[in-house]
Design a protein around this ligand. Structure first.
Ligand SMILES: Nc1ncnc2c1ncn2[C@@H]1O[C@H](COP(=O)(O)OP(=O)(O)OP(=O)(O)O)[C@@H](O)[C@H]1O
Ligand SMILES: [Mg+2]
Length: 507
């Protein structure tokens, strides 16, 4: 038996999965409001929409995590109601979540069996099942040894194990929730190749993303959500006008997402002199002026985040130092850095950043509060409250109020809270590691606007980004890194996509 039953799609345009009038409410929030959606076998169906639009909630309905208060779900014309995740798995639905649900300490084989009913299979059967699954992955071009512990695999390979689990259960519907956010360019290409292969085998694929390039590269059709409603399904992606798509998502046209505002550069502010440490292969030197946004472009693993950590005192320098306004700064810890006026907004905000059960306001004010109490101020709750309201409005953070637990916000909205936390600090140099990852296009424009504001107020911003269009669209200057060293420093006027990519690729 092949796990990947090569059933041809029932018919070119018939829906394999059909949702009608799905409504999901949480206290005070209607996450999905009468959503209807049809997904065909043999298509990759993109889902787009603002942070908090209801995309992940829809996937949780499919996976049996959320039970809708109204609406119906049909698979091949047969009605289903998933009372739990088991029911959804048995019906052939698999979800690849962004945070992978695997256990790092266990082996690949153990992880594959995770969630299978115990004793349903004999040991021999189990082994055969695992082997068949890995053979399927191998056929898709992914070689993985079942005895490897998961922690030794890259994020991309771990994702393949999740896909393997879907294959093992012979899932006919596979949904991905922003799967590329922690993948390198090469891993992303590989994932796309595999998703297309799964589609061509006649599976129905749902693909949630904020990135237009991914829709172009992968999706056959795309549906846009806004405020819990399905706004429009575009039946063809080829030649789809971006402006139409953005307008459907945000509810208003955004002519230029980047909205670049040129400004004169001021005095020298930050200087890295021969900085060396973990993740770098050569001492790094560069400078940033007041009013400058310096982009750091490179492939994942080029050493950009590592360089930021050195400047932030979060990693130990083995040589070199940092000067701020011509004075050498002690950077033995992030605490030193913040005190000196340097802040890092880390790449992995979800893991490093939030206290899930605390409120939006508490999360937002965490570092500001540290700052005030250390400076000997009493907590100023009124100031805190107005700051919270300010950022909720500015970044359009979708939350009932400042008192809502941050863990119940959508992924992108949690990111916005963490970002505002740093903007609220009295900081001179902002180190931003992938500041718009997972953030929708409307809020992105707001964030860029905020960065320009910081620069106009005489601050320096160092922005690490793997999004080429973003780096070119937002930065005044672009430093390119490759394999742990700085290989270029290019003014905006001279930066072209081809040139940047050529410099960033390993030799
Ligand atoms: N368990 C929950 N309790 C309360 N509210 C929730 C819960 N889960 C989701 N919500 C709310 O439902 C709405 C939709 O959230 P959802 O996670 O589906 O958005 P999303 O489209 O996936 O956004 P993002 O692009 O940011 O990931 C949000 O307002 C969110 O705060
Ligand atoms: Mg989501």
């Amino acid at each position: 038996m092949s796990l990947v039953a090569n059933r041809p799609s029932p018919s070119g345009s018939h829906a394999y999965l059909e949702l009608n009038g799905i409504t999901v409410s949480f206290p005070g929030v209607r996450a999905l409001d009468g959503v209807s959606l049809q997904v065909r076998a043999g298509e990759v169906h993109g889902l787009m929409g603002e942070n908090g639009a209801g995309k992940s909630t829809l996937l949780k309905v499919l996976s049996g995590v959320n039970q809708p208060q109204a609406g119906s779900l049909h698979l091949e014309g047969i009605p289903h109601r998933f009372i739990n995740t088991r029911a959804a798995i048995d019906a052939g639905i698999a979800i690849i979540y962004q945070e992978l649900h695997l256990v790092p300490e266990l082996t690949v084989a153990d992880n594959l069996m995770l969630g299978q009913l115990p004793n349903r299979l004999g040991v021999l059967d189990q082994r055969a099942l695992i082997q068949r699954t890995l053979d399927e992955l191998q056929r898709l071009g992914e070689h993985i040894d079942p005895r490897t512990r998961l922690k030794h695999l890259s994020i991309g390979q771990r994702q393949m194990i999740e896909i393997g689990k879907a294959l093992m259960r012979n899932a006919r519907v596979i949904a991905f929730d922003e799967p590329t956010s922690s993948l390198s360019a090469r891993e992303t290409d590989n994932l796309f190749r595999i998703i297309k292969a799964l589609r061509d085998e006649g599976r129905a694929i749902i693909y949630v993303t904020h990135r237009m390039e991914e829709v172009d590269a992968l999706c056959d059709r795309v549906t846009v959500f806004r405020d819990g409603k399905c706004i429009e399904t575009f039946d063809s992606v080829a030649g789809l006008d971006r402006h139409r798509l953005i307008t459907a998502m945000v509810g208003r046209p955004i002519a230029d997402v980047y909205g670049y505002r040129p400004r004169p550069a001021g005095d020298l502010l930050l200087e890295a002199k021969g900085l060396m440490g973990p993740g770098l292969s050569e001492p790094a030197s560069f400078a940033a002026r007041r009013g400058e946004i310096v982009g750091f472009f490179g492939l994942v693993g080029a050493g950009r985040s590592e360089l930021m950590k050195l400047i932030y005192g979060a990693a130990r320098t083995s040589a070199g130092h940092v000067e701020l306004g011509g004075k050498r700064v002690r950077l033995n810890s992030p605490r030193d850095a913040v005190r000196a006026g340097i802040a890092l907004c880390p790449e992995d905000r979800k893991q490093e950043g939030i206290v899930a059960i605390a409120s939006v306001a508490d999360n937002l004010n965490l570092s500001a509060r540290r700052h005030f109490s250390r400076a000997g101020f009493l907590l100023d709750t009124r100031r805190e409250r107005s700051l919270t309201q300010d950022y909720i409005r500015k970044l359009a953070i979708k939350t009932r109020s400042g008192d809502t637990a941050i863990g119940t916000l959508s992924g992108g909205n949690q990111q916005k809270v963490i970002l505002s936390r740093w903007l609220a600090e009295r900081i001179e140099v902002f180190l931003m590691d992938e500041p718009t990852r997972g953030i929708d296009v409307g809020a992105r424009a707001e964030i860029y606007h905020l960065l320009y504001g910081l620069a106009e107020a005489g601050r320096s911003v160092l922005m690490v980004s793997s999004d080429l269009a973003e780096v070119i669209g937002v930065a005044d200057r672009i430093i390119v890194m490759r394999e742990g060293r700085i290989v270029g420093d290019i003014p905006k006027a001279e930066a072209t996509p081809d040139e940047l990519i050529k410099m960033a690729l390993p030799r």
